[in-house]
Ligand binder design. Structure first.
Ligand code: NAI
Ligand code: MG
Length: 491
């Protein structure tokens, strides 16, 4: 306990200041250069081209990774096809399960290393990568490993059959976790995969490739290739791919949907969101305010299901906004490696530019903007937590996904008005309700057109629970039993 006293030093002019508590980085090893993981080994890209991935908190280069071209994609798909036909689809399901368990266990053993690399490459606070991303990634492998030999029980009266080769394209907001969401169910169902991480966060995927090697998976069952959108497009267009699983922007989701239209590739898409968090006047206000902070400032707002809109019942609006502003003042923006940090670095210069453009736009549209004070580091990409009030449905900051720590607040009088406002969006990924009344939770939960509704909490994930969107938030479900059926032919 004696350390606690020393860790906090009071700054009488402004606020409490915490002494830095940085996670050490000396236990990790990164190579200068990562090749493509194809057919169980690391191979140079045929193009010979590499690009850098940086740490967005200090703009330093961490490593360079290969830019896979169409010829590399072809090589990866062929490796996956061979492994599918000769080994993986023929293997006893219980044996497949053992390999997936092994991946889960190695991720757990190397959890600290994964968390540190995730925070360095992507900018998210170490607290989150340590407590959320990495444990959940392992949990997904554990969960789906358990299903591998029970598919007949999962789908009674059907004959579940794998689809073949899955092409999987993932974003930068939860790099390792998204890889786990994609790979675990695909393997459990007997498919093989070609996975492409996002260009700004490829390193935990390459570390996962090392885990897959260490777990002795048959070569070609999992192939991990790095590259930009053109690599993603080559995966989508490849004839040897049976299923596309994509998480990312709605714009790219639409491009993929057009590309696969008319063909027989199956697809699931997890796209954008503009979720509403609804606070009724009978809600426990302090918990609700904390929930809102978690819903939008968590992971810098780089969350597709973030609660980026807040709907507050008029009678408590002033109290909620005041408390929220007070809480925002105490949020620590800065070094992702510091265990005190609440809001880390914005993932890339491009993303920061997009967020800043929305901050300008919101003010031009006539909204009132409030930003918590405080310094941010000189190097790196930072955005302080931001609120917009005096907004209406027509404001673009209310309608469009910003993907940053930016919240738009509106008020309502009746339950029906709250539901109408919540549903007045092109998206439908998630939503939140804060109230003391169970009946109200069910009423609102049934009326909101979104894949996940949290009640008196937000951003809680579990591998057993399906996740996915309505409308422009996507097609299909991942997680739970639903996530299995997305990788099976069920006849
Ligand atoms: P993005 O959708 O371009 O990137 C996601 C993944 O798709 C990356 O791996 C990328 O290389 C790949 N990709 C890009 N173009 C492709 C194409 N034509 N075919 C196949 N794959 C392709 O997202 P970006 O540009 O990084 O972010 C833009 C906006 O998208 C963000 O501001 C945010 O609003 C939204 N976004 C939403 C995410 C979500 O989880 N729903 C995740 C990331 C971004
Ligand atoms: Mg990076």
């Amino acid at each position: 306990m004696s350390n606690v006293k020393h860790a906090i030093k009071l700054n009488y002019d402004t606020e409490w200041e915490y002494a830095p508590a940085p996670e050490s980085t000396d236990h990790i090893s990164l190579k200068d250069r990562y090749d493509l993981f194809i057919g169980g080994e690391f191979v140079a890209p045929k193009s010979g081209v590499y690009f850098d991935t940086i740490n967005p908190a200090n703009e330093k280069i961490l490593a360079s990774v290969a830019q896979a071209g169409a010829a590399d994609v072809d090589r990866a798909v062929k490796a996956a096809r061979g492994a599918y036909e000769n080994v993986w689809s023929k293997m006893k399901p219980a044996e497949r399960g053992k390999f997936i368990y092994r991946i889960a266990r190695i991720i757990q053993e190397r959890a600290r290393e994964f968390a540190v690399i995730e925070s360095m490459d992507g900018g998210k606070p170490i607290r989150e990568s340590r407590d959320v991303d990495v444990p959940l990634a392992a949990a997904h492998f554990f969960y789906y490993a358990g299903w591998a030999d029970k598919l007949d029980y999962a789908f009674p009266h059907k004959t579940p059959k794998p689809l073949g080769v899955a092409g999987q394209i993932i974003p930068w907001n939860f790099p390792l976790l998204m890889a786990a969401w994609k790979i675990a169910p695909a393997l459990a169902c007997g498919n093989t995969v070609v996975l492409k991480p996002a260009e700004t966060t490829p390193l935990t995927a390459m570390k996962l490739a090392e885990v897959i090697q260490a777990a002795d998976l048959p070569p070609g069952v999992v192939n991990i290739i790095t590259g930009d959108g053109s690599t993603g497009a080559s995966i989508v267009d490849h004839d040897g791919i049976d299923k596309i699983a994509f998480t990312g922007s709605t714009d790219v989701g639409k491009i993929i949907q057009r590309a696969v239209a008319g063909g027989d590739k199956k697809y699931t898409l997890e796209l954008g969101g503009k979720a509403a968090n609804i606070i009724f006047d009978d809600a426990p206000i302090d918990q609700a305010v904390e929930g809102v902070v978690n819903a939008i400032f968590f992971n810098q707002g780089h969350v597709c299901c973030a609660g980026s809109r807040l709907l507050v019942q008029e009678s408590v609006a002033e109290e909620v906004v005041t408390k929220l502003k007070e809480r925002m003042q105490t949020l620590i923006v800065g070094d992702p490696m510091d265990k005190n940090t609440d809001i880390g670095a914005i993932n890339s210069a491009a993303q920061l530019e997009r967020i800043n453009a929305y901050l300008e736009l919101g003010q031009k549209e006539g909204a009132a903007m409030y930003q918590a004070g405080g310094k941010t580091p000189k190097k790196g990409y930072w955005c302080r937590p931001t609120l917009f009030t005096d907004v209406s449905q027509s404001h673009r900051v209310v309608r469009e996904e910003i993907f940053g720590p930016v919240l738009a607040i509106q008020t309502f009088r009746t339950l029906d008005e709250a539901v109408t406002k919540a549903n007045n969006t092109q998206y439908g990924l998630s939503g939140g309700v804060w109230t003391d009344k169970g009946a109200k939770i069910f009423k609102v939960g049934q009326k909101i057109r979104a894949g996940v509704i949290w009640a008196n909490t937000f951003n809680k994930f579990d591998p057993t629970s399906p996740f996915g969107g309505y409308k422009e938030s996507g097609v299909g479900r991942e997680g739970g039993l639903h996530g299995l059926s997305a990788y099976l032919n069920l006849h």
